[in-house]
Design a protein around this ligand. Structure first.
Ligand SMILES: *[C@@H]1O[C@H](CO)[C@@H](O)[C@H](O)[C@H]1NC(C)=O
Ligand SMILES: *[C@@H]1O[C@H](CO)[C@@H](O)[C@H](O)[C@H]1NC(C)=O
Ligand SMILES: *[C@@H]1O[C@H](CO)[C@@H](O)[C@H](O)[C@H]1NC(C)=O
Ligand SMILES: *[C@@H]1O[C@H](CO)[C@@H](O)[C@H](O)[C@H]1NC(C)=O
Ligand SMILES: *[C@@H]1O[C@H](CO)[C@@H](O)[C@H](O)[C@H]1NC(C)=O
Ligand SMILES: *[C@@H]1O[C@H](CO)[C@@H](O)[C@H](O)[C@H]1NC(C)=O
Length: 935
């Protein structure tokens, strides 16, 4: 009923307004206009005087001079009703409207402001001024006739006074874009605002959950709650508001919710929930939202199938479903969405789907933006794209596309972005692609493309700023006499392009932000001119995997003052250039021939995230300053050098350190107890040093520790109760081998290096210590274990049957102990077992057979005088039957932690022709900054 009234009121008003206006003008045209009241006139002037305005305080220079500057009491315009921005009631002369938006006002709004004596005000707009972080005065509550109040983007701060809720006639309230503004209770604010149609609180910090009450305000037409830090559950009743047309709750990562059933009576035009934690399925009834123009639900947690009923939303212009976990096929019913201009189906997961070749795409002739990033398409680039002649942005990165790049892509003459990275495209790049005049970004990173690309080709599209040809089999040919100064590249990826020199045309480039020349055949020194290239703009430099020996120049300062990432790994450098600037986030010089001590100046890189000096010949002790080094440092890799001395304190309180690898050096002494501050630590590797310490059971308090490697040191003493550290929920790899831990001894195994750690890999290596006791004391609830090495200890008793429950086990080494009894047949159930060694024990009886056991050779069983049967030549006397079962061997998963620095992450994060803030943070946020999102 309320909604019906509300509807009636609004339509009737709409209908009546022109009529009333006509009557008013015809009746009163001949009468003297009513002049404004003196008290209101002086209140306005007082208000004017309480602020400054100048060009600097303007939101936009064109706003100057502001409306308010014309307000005067002398001269012609003494009637305030004629002042710019002031609206009076034509009959009474009272000021009923004040629009001072974009008025360059600067100064605090005080609670005794004369504004609040304008009690006849119905509409008040003060948006886009600068009220100098003042609070919203409670005096607004005196303007009880207000129907429209807009204080957006005006630098208000503090708590929103809840007495605004007495303004019960408000139909529109907008407090958006005051990021220091807080709202204690959304319910308290809106409880009495029963006429509210438009509510805007974008980027206001709201500490309460979204109130169910909103669902009772039946006049609501627009609700904007973007970036409010909302949490809790979004009340589904809000979707059912009968007049709701525009709902935007974008970027509230902690806001949960689900989509209800929708009815065809819904008036929703815009639904934007991107960047929230909404989850569940898209209901089929979403097809009932027949007025919907825009659906933005990217980067939520939706799952299930994409309902084919979406194809009923024929009014859709924008559709963004990206970054969810949908499975199955993309419904071909989307072919009905012929108004669509923007379609983003890119996926965070790689959806496995047997897509047809997307013939329906050809119907969407109005598309200007199309993204299928990360969707496993397993097809050639579909011919249906040829119909999309309006297309400006095409993203099909990481889509398992095969076959050639078709030359008909060049028919899409509006293309400005063509991104096909991380596919399996092959053959040459058609010359015609470079005829696309509007191209600004061409990203072909990591395909199987071949052939020759010449400098002249890539200079053809005059606005081409981002060119990524890296990691193909392309040869990039440059010529020395080409003038390239017309073309300004910002991103240039020429990794693995058969370059033998630094390409000469880089001399002319002064806008480069990202330069990747890695994996080429560049020999010798970096020439002097390279350091002068794009001096002011370069952010990311990758010269890794070449044969660079040094630098041509002595420099006083590091040449690129804005640098964020420097990768010089795998070259032949014997010395480093200057320490890079404090802006550096990632500094990688591993696998060179660097020697000497590391300079304490390295501690000046105050924002460093990742530091990799591994596999060089650095010597000496670590500088003390490392102890209070960058708060941001997360990855520190000094592995494989010749450092000695004690390990300095590496983590202050609040440290973000995730990985510390100091292995294969000559460090002495004890593990610094400050490591217990590394609450984020996932990997600690101090293997192969000369440390002397007791078992660091105190590391068991690190909640995220996944990998602990203490092998080959002089650790000694009792491993307290091993089960406690084993029970640590995150611990996946524990390597205590080759120490002097008691409860036993030493055996020989091959050294296992963990250069990268498999995601689900769980390993325990306690080999070559002095462990006494039974195997069963070491294996409790170790579900998920993949490697168990207890070799070369002093273990006795039987092999426990329970090992047969470790169904994920891939490698089991119990060799060189004093185990006795039979090998339990239950071990044949370990169908992933690839490596098995029980040699040199005192085992007896029949070797079980079946499954993986049929693949193990003699060496697995040697040195057990009592064992018999295949593969040993010794036959058993009492033949025993072991059960058979068959099972395939699972492919070993090959997904790595993304803990080490990974260019792929950077590249996939790089989507829009901008280099974004950088790297290591939250890709959702970056995407939002970068792509067009309805906020
Ligand atoms: C408002 O209060 C401030 C102090 O809080 C005072 O300086 C100012 O004169 C007052 N203005 C009016 C119009 O009363
Ligand atoms: C709502 O309005 C009523 C009557 O005007 C008033 O008594 C009540 O306190 C108001 N509630 C809120 C939450 O402002
Ligand atoms: C979509 O439209 C078809 C044909 O008009 C209709 O049969 C179907 O029920 C609709 N589905 C939804 C969910 O609206
Ligand atoms: C291309 O678009 C036209 C009209 O826009 C349509 O008639 C035709 O079927 C489309 N072709 C393909 C292959 O989808
Ligand atoms: C591309 O354009 C050429 C020339 O206009 C035309 O002959 C060809 O058929 C087009 N290719 C496709 C696949 O539309
Ligand atoms: C190995 O274990 C046996 C039996 O528990 C014990 O007698 C012996 O001392 C142990 N050897 C060592 C070196 O710990």
């Amino acid at each position: 009923m309320a909604s019906f009234l509300c509807y009636l009121m609004s339509t009737r008003l709409l209908f009546l307004i022109p009529l009333l206006h006509a009557i008013a003008t015809s009746c009163f045209a001949s009468r003297q206009p009513v002049l404004c009241h003196d008290d209101e006139s002086s209140a306005l002037l007082q208000f004017k005087q309480s602020f400054h305005w100048n060009l600097n305080s303007c939101f936009d220079p064109s706003d100057y001079p502001p409306k308010i500057s014309s307000w005067k009491v002398e001269g012609v315009d003494t009637d305030c009703c004629s002042w710019d921005g002031v609206e009076c009631n034509e009959e009474t002369g009272h000021v009923i409207g004040l629009d001072l938006s974009f008025s360059c006002l600067y100064g605090s709004m005080l609670s005794n402001s004369s504004l609040f004596s304008l009690v006849h005000l119905r509409r008040l707009n003060l948006a886009y001024n600068d009220f100098n972080s003042s609070q919203i005065p409670s005096g607004f509550s005196r303007l009880s006739g207000l129907t429209y109040l807009n204080l957006s983007a005006s630098s208000f701060s503090g708590q929103i006074p809840l007495n605004i809720s007495v303004l019960s006639k408000l139909t529109s309230l907008d407090l958006s874009f005051n990021s220091e503004l807080h709202l204690r209770s959304l319910q308290g604010l809106v409880f009495n605002l029963t006429s509210l149609k438009d509510l805007g609180l974008r980027y206001v910090q709201i500490s309460s959950p979204v109130s169910e009450i909103l669902g009772n305000l039946s006049c609501l037409r627009t609700i904007y709650l973007t970036g409010c830090g909302l949490h809790g559950e979004f009340p589904p009743g809000i979707f059912k508001l009968p007049n709701l047309q525009d709902l935007r709750v974008v970027y509230n990562p902690d806001l949960m919710g689900y989509l209800p059933e929708f009815y065809s009576s819904s008036l929703l035009k815009i639904l934007s929930l991107a960047g929230t934690s909404f989850s569940g399925k898209l209901p089929d009834s979403i097809g009932n939202l027949n007025s919907l123009n825009e659906l933005w639900i990217g980067d939520c947690n939706f799952s299930g199938h994409i309902p084919s009923s979406l194809g009923n939303l024929t009014q859709l212009i924008y559709l963004n479903l990206s970054g969810n976990s949908f499975v199955g096929q993309i419904p071909s019913s989307l072919s009905n969405l012929i108004s669509l201009k923007y379609l983003d189906l890119s996926s965070r997961l790689v959806t496995s789907s047997n897509q047809s070749s997307l013939p329906w795409l050809g119907n969407l002739g109005k598309l200007t933006f199309l993204s299928f990033q990360g969707i496993s398409l397993t097809m050639e680039i579909p011919l249906s794209l040829a119909n999309l002649t309006q297309l400006r942005y095409l993203y099909m990165d990481g889509g398992k596309l095969r076959g050639p790049i078709p030359s008909w892509l060049a028919n899409l003459t509006q293309l400005t972005v063509l991104a096909l990275s991380f596919n399996f495209l092959e053959g040459p790049i058609p010359v015609a692609i470079f005829e696309l005049k509007k191209l600004t970004l061409l990203n072909l990173y990591s395909n199987n493309l071949s052939g020759i690309v010449t400098l002249d080709m890539v200079l053809k599209p005059k606005y081409l700023a981002s060119l990524l040809l890296s990691m193909n089999n392309i040869s990039f040919l440059t010529s020395t006499n080409t003038n390239t100064s017309q073309n300004k590249f910002e991103v240039l990826g020429l990794a693995s392009c058969n370059l033998r020199h630094f390409p000469d045309f880089l001399r002319d480039q002064d806008q480069l932000q990202w330069l990747d020349l890695s994996y080429n055949n560049i020999h010798g020194q970096i020439p002097k001119w390279v350091w002068n290239t794009s001096k002011e703009t370069l952010l990311i430099v990758n010269f890794s995997h070449n044969f660079i020996t040094g630098f041509d120049q002595h420099m006083d300062n590091f040449p690129w003052p804005q640098l964020q990432i420097l990768d010089l790994r795998s070259n032949m450098l014997q010395a480093l250039p200057q320490i890079p600037p404090p802006s550096t986030l990632v500094y990688l010089v591993a696998d060179n021939m660097l020697r000497g001590e590391i300079s304490p100046l390295i501690c000046n890189i105050s924002s460093l995230y990742s530091l990799d000096l591994s596999n060089n010949d650095f010597r000496g002790i670590l500088p003390d300053c490392l102890s209070n080094f960058s708060r941001s440092l997360s990855i520190l890799n000094f592995r494989g050098n010749n450092f000695h001395g004690i390990i300095p304190q590496l983590c202050e309180k609040g440290s973000r350190m995730k990985m510390i690898d100091l292995s294969q050096n000559q460090f002495q002494g004890v593990l610094p107890r400050s490591l217990s501050n590394c609450k984020m630590l996932k990997i600690l590797n101090v293997g192969s040093n000369r440390l002397n310490d007791v078992f660091p059971s105190w590391l068991g308090t690190l909640p995220k520790l996944r990998v602990l490697i203490l092998r080959e040191n002089g650790f000694y003493g009792v491993v307290g109760s091993p089960t406690t550290i084993f029970a640590s929920p995150e611990l996946h790899i524990l390597d205590l081998s080759y120490n002097k831990f008691t409860v036993t001894i030493i055996n020989k195994g091959k050294e296992t290096v963990y250069p990268k750690i498999k995601e689900v890999f769980k390993a325990i290596d306690l080999s070559s210590n002095k462990f006494n006791g039974k195997v069963s004391e070491f294996v409790g609830n170790l579900n998920g274990l993949q490697l168990l090495n207890l070799s070369n200890n002093n273990l006795t008793d039987h092999i426990p049957l329970s090992l047969g429950d470790l169904t994920t086990l891939e490698s089991l080494d119990l060799s060189q102990n004093k185990l006795s009894g039979r090998i339990p047949w239950q071990l044949t159930q370990l169908t992933f077992l690839e490596s098995f060694n029980v040699s040199h024990n005192q085992l007896t009886g029949l070797i079980p057979h079946g499954n993986q056991f049929d693949t193990f050779e003699n060496g697995s069983f040697d040195g057990n005088l009592g064992l018999c049967g295949n593969p040993l030549s010794k036959k058993c006397e009492n033949h025993e039957q072991a059960p058979l079962s068959s099972s395939g061997i699972k492919e070993v998963q090959d997904s790595w932690f993304h803990i080490e620095f990974d260019w792929k992450i950077i590249l996939l994060g790089y989507v829009c022709g901008l280099i974004i803030g950088v790297v290591v943070g939250n890709f959702v946020t970056k995407k939002m900054q970068c792509w067009f999102v309805r906020t």
